[in-house]
Design a protein around this ligand. Sequence first.
Ligand SMILES: Cc1ncc(COP(=O)(O)O)c(C=O)c1O
Length: 401
Amino acid sequence: MSVTSSFSPVPRVTPSPTSWHSLPAYTSVPEALAAHVNDDHLYVLYPEKIAQAAQTFLTGFPGSVLYAVKANPHPVVLKTLWEEGVRHFDVASMREVELVHTTLPQAKMFLMHPVKSRALIAHAYAIGVRDFAFDCLDELKKIVAVTNGAKDLHLHLRLALNEGDAVMPLTGKFGASHEAVFNLLPLARDLGQKLGLCFHVGSQCLEANNYATAIHYARQLVDEAGVKIDSIDVGGGFPVAYPDMPVPPMQTFFEVIADSIKENNFDTVEIFGEPGRALCAEGGSTLARIELRKDKDLYLNDGVYGSLFDAGQCAWKFPVELHRDRPPSPAANSVPFRFFGPTCDSIDVMTGPFHLPEDAGEGDWVEVKHLGAYGQGLAGRFNGFHSETTVAITTPERQER
Ligand SMILES: Cc1ncc(COP(=O)(O)O)c(C=O)c1O
């Protein structure tokens, strides 16, 4: 079901924002729109929702909560989580390390990406990071070599898992096979001060038992290899409710994980979880303006090359709300629409369907919700991997010009 709200754009008196952590702050979307009507789409953060999600995890998850920075690296999101009590951060790139280090100097960082550059490992170690993931011998050797055989490492061996019930499976790219684990576990035990197992059941995991299966698998591996471990990191994957995608309560996931840890005699090891989506998806949205309507197709000023990548590439259905400067239509009249993004590319399409009032049209704004995770953060610089360097390769004659 869609909802509408109305706002008053310029030239009426523009609301002057107060601020929240240096962001312009308003009490409603219509108020924000009235102050920011221009050619760009807008990103919205809802700090109360981020704070609430943080409390859900901090009070319910049976272990330490690492925020997966990739989900939304906005410094204000990091600060909000810190204010709520999140102290551990999962980072993947040089830029994420720098971001967390400068924004939250007291934070404990974990480099849980199984593939890292030597420069990243060296820099992270130099500023105090001791937790590193790996899933093969070469990465393990790399970590040890770059840190000069440091004796204070906490090494996390990432396990390959079967696909499971996640909407966005993360199998196939990372993770040590059953066989590889036997070689790696004893080696890493000797090299690190602490040794852990980690895995990811896939993002937006709809079935809590997938965590139990993975924890049980970890117990089998530890027993078969005869190696003692110090930690288990159950990764991310905790789901958020999207249209047509109901999810069990988060408490169910926490209980299943806690029970499974007990049943598999892991009570004495340290437990970590790395939620990304579940901590910030509902805490953010994108406001995109309708530039043109053709029948049931709406042409927006943001799309798959911006924050709506998952809506296009993964045909993900996000909740939507229409904001407009005219009387709202009755919500009952909502009809399905397809979205197009602003670029010339024909893959810049989001099939949805997205349900909006049937008279939605040019100048109205669509709030695409739950984009606090993998929306704002995906727009161009996902995971902190991008380049600001362009070089020219040309003849010496041209170089002198
Ligand atoms: C290593 C790692 N940890 C945590 C996450 C966060 O996962 P989610 O947003 O599904 O909770 C991801 C997501 O890709 C990941 O790769």
